[in-house]
Design a protein around this ligand. Structure first.
Ligand code: G3D
Length: 201
């Protein structure tokens, strides 16, 4: 009886845990996005004042529950010297959110290079990728279509993994729910995919 009840308890309350990396250049809006996500998805979370957030140095973490999934976010610093640390987290991650500052055309090439390097990692092969075209509240920002064009030569490296480019405003929360819900759906589907032949030893 105990086994039956504990099995039932686990079935109802136990969450499947997934690690999600939040990457992108410094000032892209990673921490604002993380705070907005925690505010939207955690009932009792008293968020920070979003306009007071300063650029990530080191690591910010956060956890949210969406249905039976528990997402644990690692928001990593995007400064050039910190990008070399990103790959230390790849092996543990089930999904990647890559944030682009759509108002910063000058650094778009730099962002593309960091993105291309990240998706070239074999460790991340098959891991769902959510690309956020952030700061869409700015009327002079690049559109999703401009960003897709600028990143178009990365397409072969993205390959068959799930990938979505989502317009977003981390400050107001526009696009945040859609992006997170897409990610949850993809990580759950991805974990239940049969292993690729090369992974079977
Ligand atoms: P980072 O963690 O990627 O380094 P932050 O980036 O979250 O610290 O954000 C960097 C700056 O961008 C912050 O402004 C923040 O308010 C702003 N920002 C983030 N998301 C948005 C958005 O959707 N729209 C607009 N307009 N601004 C955004 P400051 O002035 O504090 O540097």
């Amino acid at each position: 009886m105990y086994t039956l009840l504990s099995g039932l308890y686990k079935y109802v309350f136990q969450k499947d845990e997934y690690c999600i990396l939040i990457l992108g250049l410094d000032n892209a809006g990673k921490t604002t996005f993380l705070e907005q996500t925690k505010t939207k998805f955690s009932r009792n979370y008293k968020g920070m004042n979003l306009s007071k957030i300063t650029t990530t140095v080191g690591l910010n973490i956060g956890t949210i529950d969406v249905g039976k999934a528990r997402l644990m976010f690692w928001d990593l610093g995007g400064q050039e010297e910190l990008q070399s640390l990103w790959d230390k987290y790849y092996a543990e991650s089930h999904g990647v959110i890559y944030v682009i500052d759509s108002t910063d055309e000058e650094r778009l090439g730099e962002s593309k290079n960091a993105f291309e390097k990240m998706i070239s990692s074999e460790v991340l092969e098959g891991v769902p990728l959510l690309v956020l075209a952030n700061k869409q509240d700015n009327e002079n920002c690049l559109s999703v279509s401009d960003i897709k064009t600028a990143f178009s030569d990365c397409a072969p490296k993205i390959g068959k993994r799930d990938c979505l480019v989502q317009p977003c405003c981390a400050l107001s929360g526009q696009g945040v729910n859609d992006g997170i819900e897409w990610m949850v759906k993809c990580v759950i589907r991805n974990i239940h995919r049969p292993p690729r032949e090369k992974d079977i030893t």
